[in-house]
Design a protein around this ligand. Structure first.
Ligand code: ZN
Length: 256
């Protein structure tokens, strides 16, 4: 059995109207580094009913009006998170190499290069079908997962940890403390942003830090929820090193 699965679909390379920094080259760079390292599971589009558990029908219609490419790629990203969460439930850590990102998409509002909240769609589906009763979401991105917070605001069964820090040491310490404080849960979901990188906007974390973070999350998943852990790509815009940073994180998560 592989120590980690990668969920991917070539249609994540679709060009649709968004910020120029949130470009197909992001997933291309990551895929180039990871595709011969871990087995790939192909994503399927999410069903509209999966999306409607977390977003209003009015918002879904607004995304449809952006363009057909936007809507279909956003459905495929949410479907990638769903597939990653299903693999995680078998005890295999899984990374959803998806695009567009999702953590800024709230119940009736989307922004920040996000359309549907991929990680929230996946967790809400597992709760709705009775597979899990609780989850912890750890958001590693430079920016707050405000959409995820808004979606789960009234749901005490989902605990959201936004890791925010101005320095490398503070980031790693905060994450360690929060993981240590967490008690048993059914599933760990990671909003994996890499814009905290030293050469990216955040300017604090190095490649080996991502490996250590992946490894610490793996250990926490072992202790808290029988190794059930999935990560979904959020931000990360420094293309020359994005692939090696995600690889380091995944190797840590896989226990390699
Ligand atoms: Zn970000």
């Amino acid at each position: 059995m592989s120590p980690l699965f990668l969920v991917y679909h070539q249609d994540y390379l679709t060009s649709y109207y968004t910020s120029t920094v949130e470009c197909p080259a992001r997933v291309k760079a990551i895929h180039a580094k990871l595709s011969n390292r871990f087995p790939i599971v192909e994503a399927q589009p999410a069903k509209r009913e999966d999306i409607l558990r977390v977003h209003t029908s009015a918002m879904v219609e607004r995304v449809e009006l952006e363009s057909r490419e936007t809507y279909e790629t956003a459905l495929l990203a949410a479907g990638g998170a769903i597939r990653a969460s299903d693999e995680a439930m078998r005890g295999i850590p899984t990374f959803g190499l998806v695009r567009p990102p999702g953590h800024h998409a709230g119940p009736d509002r989307y922004w920040g290069y996000c359309f549907f909240n991929n990680i929230a769609v996946a967790i809400t589906r597992l709760m709705a079908n009775g597979t899990i009763a609780s989850a912890v979401v750890i958001d590693l991105d430079l920016h707050d997962g405000d959409g995820t917070e808004a979606i789960f605001r009234d749901n005490p069964a989902v605990n959201i940890i936004n890791v925010r820090a101005k320095t490398r040491t503070a980031f790693l310490e905060f994450l360690g403390q929060e993981l240590g404080k967490s008690s048993g849960t059914d599933l760990l979901g990671i909003s994996a942003g890499f814009d905290t990188y030293v050469r990216d906007w955040g300017g604090i974390l190095g490649t080996e830090d991502y490996r250590a973070i992946g490894s610490n999350i793996r250990k926490a998943a072992h202790r808290l929820c029988q190794d059930r852990c999935f990560a979904v790509l959020e931000g990360g815009y420094y293309l020359p090193d994005l692939g090696k940073n995600v690889l380091a994180f995944c190797e840590g998560l896989a226990g390699l």
